[in-house]
Design a protein around this ligand. Structure first.
Ligand SMILES: Cc1ncc(COP(=O)(O)O)c(C=O)c1O
Length: 381
């Protein structure tokens, strides 16, 4: 005898594929352009540029690879400092370490959870006084919301420090009408499995500067020089995107607008049905732009809600539903314990109380109701 099958697992933000992706992937397969070059790579770059409104793009094997190349092209090396948002995924800070440089962390602005422009200004001023400016600033657009680029770019321009925008999570978002990815000297995106669009794994480096993007293509294909044999004058990397994955990316790009619309719906649904609970608040939407609502993030004040965010996570897990604590700030990570941080308490509090709720675009309304019902039922406030 078999009982009723348990409800299928609800994941945080699984890939969501459609018929166009399948068709384009098969086209790439049948054409035998399998290597990390081919017509879909070129077309994905062109179409991505149109979406983000930036003239040049290089399709790469991951967002991390894009960050690494961006820093390399800015000349970041041993002995240099790079200023980084502390509240981010480790990849942002890891890329700094790959080049032998040291990250300096900046805390979050509680109004956006992104890099606090005031603290960044203080850090740059102090660095100028010390006579050692950072080689670059990496600004992260967290959970699909752009950082406050007005004051951030102004501060960086004042001291002549280049900005790299880590828009890995923010494709489809905007700041004052300009798309994520159009700020700073270069920007990077990720297409890993849980991002708003995915190629299973992949990334993009974009810039206004055609020479930088051409250089990224060169470095990402082992820096092979112009000769019939294999000629190498500098160290290269195996970072180019495969034609198969670019085909998937082209299909995903076509549904980006729908994906953002559904993510927005999911955020507003949770806000509507959970927003009245004592001690629950949502990631603030800064008035300066439009997020892509990649993941719906809540803060749980245990004094008012009656239980902690970990209790909610465990209650969901018991029902086979995945939720996840927010990123643990980099300045709290053992691996970065010796790095400097400016501020810290804002991101520490967000991490302590924050939880990402299931936000996959393929979630049905019934599944969303199940999730929300369990969260409501945990409330003891
Ligand atoms: C903020 C941020 N930066 C960088 C990355 C790295 O991207 P990838 O996983 O494609 O290397 C990610 C996601 O994974 C991310 O969330």
């Amino acid at each position: 005898m078999t009982g009723p099958s348990p409800p299928k697992r609800i994941y945080l933000s699984p890939p969501h594929m459609g018929p166009a992706e399948r068709e384009l992937l098969l086209d790439a397969f049948d054409s035998n352009w399998i290597a990390p070059l081919g017509p879909h790579v070129d077309a994905f770059e062109r179409e991505f540029c149109q979406t983000v409104g930036v003239p040049c793009a290089a399709a790469l094997s991951s967002g991390t690879a894009a960050l690494h190349l961006a820093l390399l092209m800015l000349g970041v090396g041993p002995g240099d400092e790079v200023v980084v948002s502390s509240f981010t995924f480790a990849a942002t800070a890891n890329a700094v370490m790959y080049g032998g440089a040291t990250p300096v962390f900046i805390d979050s602005d509680p109004n956006s959870w992104n890099m606090d422009p005031g603290l960044l200004g203080e850090e740059l001023e102090a660095a100028a006084k010390r006579g050692k400016l950072p080689k670059a600033v990496i600004v992260v657009d967290l959970y699909g919301q752009c950082a406050e680029y007005g004051p951030i770019l102004e501060a960086c321009e004042r001291y002549g420090v280049p900005v790299v925008e880590d828009a890995a999570e923010a494709l489809g978002a905007s700041y004052r009408g300009k798309p994520a990815g159009s700020f700073g000297k270069m920007a990077v995106f990720s297409f890993n499995g849980n991002k708003i669009i995915t190629t299973s794994g992949g990334g993009m480096l974009v810039s206004e500067d055609a020479a930088l993007v051409e250089r990224a293509r060169f470095l990402s294909t082992q820096a092979r020089g112009p000769a019939p044999h294999y000629q190498h004058g500098v160290i290269g990397y195996n970072y180019r995107m495969s034609n198969l994955l670019a085909a998937v990316g082209r299909g995903q790009l076509r549904v980006l607008r729908d994906r953002v619309a559904r993510k927005r719906e999911i955020f507003h649904y949770y806000q509507r049905v959970l927003g009245d609970l004592p001690g629950i608040s949502f990631m603030p939407t800064a008035g300066y732009g439009e997020p892509n609502y990649w993941l719906t993030c809540i803060l749980v004040d245990p004094a008012r809600f009656g239980v902690t965010r970990e209790d909610i996570r465990l209650a969901l897990e018991k029902e086979n539903i995945e939720s996840r604590p927010l990123w643990k700030p980099m300045h709290l990570q053992p691996v970065f314990k010796d790095c400097r941080v400016r501020g810290g308490s804002a991101s520490e509090e967000i991490f302590r109380d924050g939880l990402c709720l299931p936000s996959g675009t393929a979630l049905t309304d019934m599944e969303l109701e199940r999730v929300a019902g369990i969260v409501r039922a945990t409330c003891r406030g």
